[in-house]
Design a protein around this ligand. Structure first.
Ligand SMILES: Nc1ncnc2c1ncn2[C@@H]1O[C@H](COP(=O)(O)OP(=O)(O)O)[C@@H](O)[C@H]1O
Ligand SMILES: O=P(O)(O)OC[C@H]1O[C@](O)(COP(=O)(O)O)[C@@H](O)[C@@H]1O
Ligand SMILES: [Mg+2]
Length: 545
């Protein structure tokens, strides 16, 4: 019975926080069966269905001696990458026109390509050839998804599948160029679209997709302007793309193609893909965009269209499941340092100064947590995943008073989605259907001012909201490299014949994931994770409940 109290399940990088714990089956005290709440059921293997409505509860029967094998098989099925041959079993394939080892590219072959890599076209014959090393990824190459062996469910941050926390291998598909391709480069028309909000690195990814497509030999490359809207708005025209057009776009932030929320339905988008005769669509966006990309992929399958739909996760909030991080996140954290440092200087230089910085993070507090850790200047970090009170003896405001009395100043970092239960219920959504939250930053500022006035203690409160400054900036060096790798791998995935997939980094390697597996819910900061505990250690803050 004790074990049942301590057991923590984890679903893809998320040790079950309190909100998920109620999902345990209390009807079975020995916990041989685990019931997963509907919200997370879609990421959990369908080994044994508990009820006829397998959508609401899904379970693993741990008393089955073969549960591990079944789990592994199920995992493999779920992470199998949709491929053109699923719809067209006889789809023609050919040796790749992309050669990772450019030394092997013969001059004759390069001359046949309409686009010649200027770096190698003049002198490939001068390199010593090593015909045995080709540099392609084998379709059976895999990346290990989980790399820690937890000896007990009570180990910090334990990610367990069963109550005994047994080790079960979980492999995902390695990304990269394949030796066999399923599209003839000279016949391909490829399109790129950027959706949702801005994120540092969008231009870097666009640039690298274009450059890599050209290296395969693709000449028809276009950008769809302003997100999915560009597929339906007759006034928006395709943007022709080439190495020349994209050469320097990574030097500025934003998206060369523009972004938008909302837009046409899936059917209209696929009609447009057909009209435009697009064979490959690269979709840069977050959860919403990927849900759209997956629906587009399904519709293309239904219509028996040989179109490859490839996602590149763009979310400054870093809220896509299974990945180490998403591009733009590092830059955002770095940029947030400026705002935090300004708030610190203001607070530190004022008599009883309090600096408050609001950072992005709709559902997930990764930016706030990482920025707080990086700065070393934050006393209180508030994120959506961890409830808190502002008022009351254990609330944030009492602690601020304590900090003012003991340190003389304080700095608070609050994520936009934090503390929403303290505010009036939001009543608006954006064009994509995302809830538009009430402003927790402004509310915290107002309540802080009010509180110190009421208790008769002087406080000089300064509030900074750097949201759009962070989002609009250019990618830093580390994100620049990351975007380059993602962009290249997106193109490799399309030529390999995959569709309905996305690309991400997994334990520092690169992998392809079926889209539904990474967007079933936003990745959240786990309040039981080592990282959140490190953040608490760094700030020194108590619980505010
Ligand atoms: N569930 C969905 N199915 C299909 N398309 C969607 C879905 N959710 C959002 N979209 C579309 O994806 C685009 C971007 O979504 P949004 O939520 O604004 O940004 P993000 O992709 O960054 O999460 C919008 O054009 C929106 O209409
Ligand atoms: O003002 P906008 O453009 O709606 O963007 C606000 C949203 O953008 C984000 O930074 C990221 O949103 P997306 O990933 O959906 O683009 C959120 O943190 C924030 O809520
Ligand atoms: Mg989103």
């Amino acid at each position: 019975m004790m074990a049942s109290m301590l057991y923590v399940i984890t679903l893809h990088g998320l040790t079950a926080s309190n909100r998920y714990r109620r999902g345990f089956s209390h009807s079975n005290p020995r916990f041989k069966t685990l019931v997963v709440p509907a919200r997370v059921a879609s990421v959990f293997p369908k080994v044994k269905s508990q009820s006829s409505d397998s959508k609401s509860t899904t379970a693993i029967d741990f008393s089955d001696p073969d549960w591990k094998t079944k789990f592994k098989n199920d995992f493999e099925d779920r992470f199998r990458l949709p491929h053109v041959t699923d719809i067209f079993p006889d789809a023609a394939s050919m040796p790749s026109t992309f050669c990772p080892n450019l030394r092997l590219v013969s001059l004759r072959f390069l001359r046949n390509l309409s686009v010649i890599n200027p770096r190698t076209s003049n002198f490939p014959g001068n390199y010593p050839l090593d015909e045995n090393w080709q540099g392609y990824i084998n379709d059976n190459d895999r990346v290990l998804l989980k790399t820690i062996y937890f000896s007990s469910p009570t180990s910090a941050g334990a990610e367990c599948i069963d109550p005994g926390c047994n080790w079960v291998e979980q492999w995902v598909h390695r990304a990269g160029p394949r030796g066999t391709i399923y599209f003839k480069p000279e016949e391909v028309k490829a399109a790129i679209v950027t959706c949702g909000g801005l994120c540092p690195g969008l231009n870097d990814v666009i640039r690298q997709i274009v450059i890599t497509l050209e290296i395969y030999g693709v000449t028809k490359i276009v950008g769809i302007p302003f997100g999915y809207r560009g597929f339906s708005d007759q006034e928006l025209t395709e943007v022709p793309l080439s190495r020349r057009v994209v050469q320097n776009i990574h030097l500025s932030g934003g998206s060369l193609l523009g972004v938008s929320r909302g837009g046409p339905g899936v059917s209209e988008i696929v009609d447009s893909l057909e009209e435009r005769e697009i064979d490959m669509l690269f979709v840069l966006g977050g959860n919403g965009t990927h849900a759209g990309a997956n629906a587009i992929h399904n519709e293309c399958c239904k219509r028996r269209l040989k179109v490859s739909i490839i996602g590149v996760p763009k979310t400054i909030d870093n809220d896509i499941l299974l990945m180490d991080k998403t591009f733009g996140f590092d830059t955002a954290v770095e940029e947030a340092q400026r705002a935090i440092n300004s708030a610190y200087i203001e607070a530190h230089s004022a008599y009883h100064g309090i600096g408050i910085v609001k950072l992005m993070g709709r559902d997930s507090g990764f930016i706030a947590m990482h920025a707080s850790l990086a700065s070393g200047q934050i006393d209180i970090c508030l994120i959506p995943e961890v409830p808190f009170n502002l008022h009351g003896p254990r609330g944030v405001l009492s602690y601020l008073k304590y900090l003012i009395e003991t340190k003389g100043s304080a700095v608070v970092c609050v994520a936009e989605g934090a503390g929403q239960s303290l505010l009036q219920k939001p009543n608006a959504t954006d064009a994509s259907g995302n809830t538009v939250f009430r402003d927790i930053g402004v509310y915290t500022q107002q309540e802080t001012k009010k509180y110190f006035k009421e208790i008769g203690v002087h406080a000089d409160v300064k509030y900074i909201d750097p949201t759009y400054m962070i989002r609009a900036c250019r990618a830093n060096a580390s994100d620049g490299i990351f975007c380059t790798v993602l962009g290249q791998n997106a193109v490799h995935g399309a030529f390999a014949g995959y569709s309905g997939i996305t690309v991400g980094s997994c334990n520092t390697h690169y992998a392809y994931f079926p889209i539904p597996e990474v967007i079933s819910h936003p990745k959240l900061v786990d309040s039981n994770s080592r990282m959140w505990h490190r953040c608490l250690t760094a700030t020194g803050q108590p619980d505010f409940i």
